[in-house]
Design a protein around this ligand. Sequence first.
Ligand SMILES: *[C@@H]1O[C@H](CO)[C@@H](O)[C@H](O)[C@H]1NC(C)=O
Ligand SMILES: *[C@@H]1O[C@H](CO)[C@@H](O)[C@H](O)[C@H]1NC(C)=O
Ligand SMILES: *[C@@H]1O[C@H](CO)[C@@H](O)[C@H](O)[C@H]1NC(C)=O
Ligand SMILES: *[C@@H]1O[C@H](CO)[C@@H](O)[C@H](O)[C@H]1NC(C)=O
Length: 390
Amino acid sequence: MHFIKAYLSCLWLLVLCVAVSQSFTDECLETAWPPNPTRSITTYVVDLDEPAHQRWASIAAMYKVQIKDLVDYIKVFVLKISPKLQFLIDLVDTKLPEMADTFPSPYGDEIKGISEASGINLGEVVLYNVFYEIFTLCTSIVAQDENGKMYHGRNLDFGLLLGWDFANDTWALSEKLRPLILQVNFTQNGQVLYKTTTFAGYVGIITGIKPNHFSITMNERYGIQGGYIGLIEWIFNINRQQSFVTFAMRDMLATADTFASAVEYLSKTPLLAPCYYILAGPEAGQGVIITRSRKNADNITLLGKDNSWFLIQTNYDHWKKPPFYDDRVTPATNCMNKYGAQNVTFPSLFNVFSSRPVLNKLTVYTALMELSTGHLESYWQYCEDPCFPW
Ligand SMILES: *[C@@H]1O[C@H](CO)[C@@H](O)[C@H](O)[C@H]1NC(C)=O
Ligand SMILES: *[C@@H]1O[C@H](CO)[C@@H](O)[C@H](O)[C@H]1NC(C)=O
Ligand SMILES: *[C@@H]1O[C@H](CO)[C@@H](O)[C@H](O)[C@H]1NC(C)=O
Ligand SMILES: *[C@@H]1O[C@H](CO)[C@@H](O)[C@H](O)[C@H]1NC(C)=O
């Protein structure tokens, strides 16, 4: 009897879920652009000619309350996932402070500087800097217009797909993240070397552009060989011959001179966690999705394959069918096709990124990049009800 009851309620949930997802799949907005100017994200400058431990000082001091607020919530959140994870929280005070010294240059010194300038414990700033490798869900799109002009955009969704019980908590986490979003111009010799949309106090890069060279975004990839294992290997010094996913991106923005060399490096360097790297370059046809396992690339798909003028990546292997409960790729594809290659512009891309369920409760920002000009602009995002829960 209980079994039948349980079965029926499961079935009911499934029907509900399918109904909810069906009711949203067709949205493809035409009126989201221009966004309200209050949604526009402010740009700050980080001068790479300053010593690493000083260069974030003013930003860290300005945002210390918001950073601390998020760190405190992460700790609550981790224990809600399971009280058994208390050992992870204990590591923050015992093991994580010394971890700053194990990060490659300049990341360790930058993190120490952020801790000093904000007054937040070093272990907590380290936690803040590693947890993005676990919690980011996203949609990235690279598109080429009919004249060969290249564009790259992304939604950053933040939280976990753990189900209804957790929805409120992951939304709360997204709420705490929004006040931390900013753009940074990283300068060297007075020139902009690269630009990012990022979070105050976070030294890795999830979205970035090196003007005249290439743009990069990263989406989380889940798997059995997930991010936790690499992180534990790093913390306990079992294996440090691997890169943090978001540090490798910043290394490329700082050092790679061509689209091809960035693609080459990000295809081959050993990583702490599997992920998807999405890159675009200023020349027609320069677009790629690199599907990474920790050791190497499982798939490299170039723009132009099967005459495609755009590439879309969410959080699932693009050569497989997306799960029915989180299919953002089909609606995004339909919406791109509706606009067509003759309409690849910031307005049309912003409309695609603002259409549910590409836009969802976890979405915190949309970033848009134009490769020919090196232009980056980004906007806070909120999904008004009725909104798909993730
Ligand atoms: C950031 O760089 C862009 C040029 O790439 C420039 O237009 C903008 O004014 C810079 N922002 C700040 C705050 O310096
Ligand atoms: C959701 O979380 C907020 C705090 O972030 C809390 O005030 C609210 O009561 C929660 N709602 C439910 C239904 O749990
Ligand atoms: C790589 O991805 C492409 C495009 O989605 C797909 O056609 C191809 O089968 C994939 N290759 C492998 C080895 O999975
Ligand atoms: C796309 O561009 C064409 C031609 O410029 C225009 O007629 C059409 O309305 C555009 N479609 C959308 C959805 O903006």
